[in-house]
Design a protein around this ligand. Structure first.
Ligand code: IPM
Ligand code: MG
Length: 363
């Protein structure tokens, strides 16, 4: 198979982790006889530095012309003072919206080898953590009107809006995702306060009639934040709007041990997707070869599975990650403190990439 992948290395630790993810993709391509070519796209802080625009139109076009997009992370304190429209994060939002990838899938699954890295009590972890957050990605408050009025007292306005069809299409992804798993879908909203959430809930219940095999429950977002730490085993698939999904997915990743391990996929109607680890650019550890590239490497695996339909190749990468963890290698973020850590081998970003490549085996 031949595929053209747009690669956005980004800022902070982005270039380091994506370097490892691309090396893993090349190794998998060699193992299974595929050819992946890469088109470098500049987005985020580096694009702000070069052009004063975090995502110039020709950079978006390169992504639209590719078979799929792999992204590290963007942003950092260097660009904090820029106006909202020129910030690196705005490039990411424009990319998501320009690619029309409205459905963001963020798995929260604990690797058994990393159970001690979870901040939750062992008896809670033992009940299992394996759920998916389906986050709406191109609507809601992220894409509503943003304005700051300076007449009189300064007033800032951010508008949250959802149309019925925007809710319906992400709702369907939620139901379909649940159908392929344990058939339990939890719709998360704030219908005791927000109109958007009341519409959300009504649409989910209308859709439920088409998916009688899936059990639908409703949960208010504040309660959900609490339930994720109290009893994460209760969740199979969560479907929620953009900002709630942003917040809950950070919380969900933390209980699995480290945000550094979690990949995500964003898809729209077609097969071209945007794949990224869910962590940020971590400028404090950039360039030190200590970042965990596993989230980015697993994002590359998700790309093989969901955009290129290469299931064997995707599971080959996931098995290699598992073997490297079995062999005791840990980057700093997943290295247990004290005695438990003594039996582990500390690995840097480059080590981790190389080890995962060395552990790739065909089934
Ligand atoms: C994420 C990030 C982004 C978001 C930022 C960088 C704009 O936090 O992907 O979760 O809020 O969506
Ligand atoms: Mg986030």
């Amino acid at each position: 198979m031949e595929k053209k992948i747009a690669v956005i290395r980004g800022d902070g630790i982005g270039p380091e982790i994506i370097g490892e993810a691309v090396a893993v993709l090349d190794a998998v391509a060699a193992l299974y006889g595929h050819t992946f070519t890469y088109d470098e796209v500049i987005m985020g802080g580096e694009a702000c530095n070069r052009w004063g625009d975090p995502l110039p139109p020709e950079m978006l076009q390169k992504c639209l012309d590719s078979d799929s997009v792999l992204l590290g992370a963007v942003g950092g304190p260097k660009w904090n003072a820029l106006p909202a429209e020129k910030r690196p994060e705005k490039g990411l939002l424009r990319l998501r919206s320009g690619m029309e990838v409205f459905s963001n899938n963020r798995p929260a699954k604990i690797w058994p080898q990393l159970a001690d890295a979870s901040p939750l009590r062992p008896e809670i972890v033992a009940r299992g953590i394996d759920f998916i957050i389906v986050r709406e990605l191109t609507g809601g408050i992220y894409f509503g009107e943003h304005r700051t009025d300076h007449a009189g007292e300064i007033k800032a306005v951010d508008v949250m809006a959802y149309t019925e069809s925007e809710i319906e299409r992400i709702g369907r992804i939620g139901f379909e995702t649940a159908r392929k798993r344990d058939k339990r879908l939890c719709s998360v909203e704030k219908s005791n306060v927000l109109d958007c959430s009341r519409l959300w809930k009504a649409v989910m219940h209308r859709l439920a009639e088409e998916y009688p095999d899936v059990e639908l429950t409703d949960m208010l977002v504040d309660n959900c934040a609490m339930q994720i730490v109290k009893d994460p085993a209760q969740f199979d698939v969560i479907v929620t709007e953009n900002m709630f999904g942003d917040i809950l997915s950070d919380e969900a990743s933390m209980i699995t041990g480290s945000i550094g391990m979690i990949p995500s996929s964003s898809l729209g109607e077609g097969t071209r997707g945007l794949y990224e680890p869910i962590h940020g650019s971590a400028p404090d550890i950039a360039g030190k070869d200590i970042a965990n590239p596993t989230g980015a490497i697993l994002a590359a695996a998700m790309m093989l599975r969901y955009s290129f339909d290469l299931e064997r190749e995707a599971s080959c990468i996931e098995r290699a990650v598992s073997s490297v963890l079995d062999a005791g290698y840990r980057t700093a973020d997943i290295l247990p403190a004290g005695e438990a850590g003594a039996s582990c081998k500390k690995a840097g970003c480059r080590d981790m990439g190389r080890l995962i490549i060395e552990h790739l085996t065909k089934e």
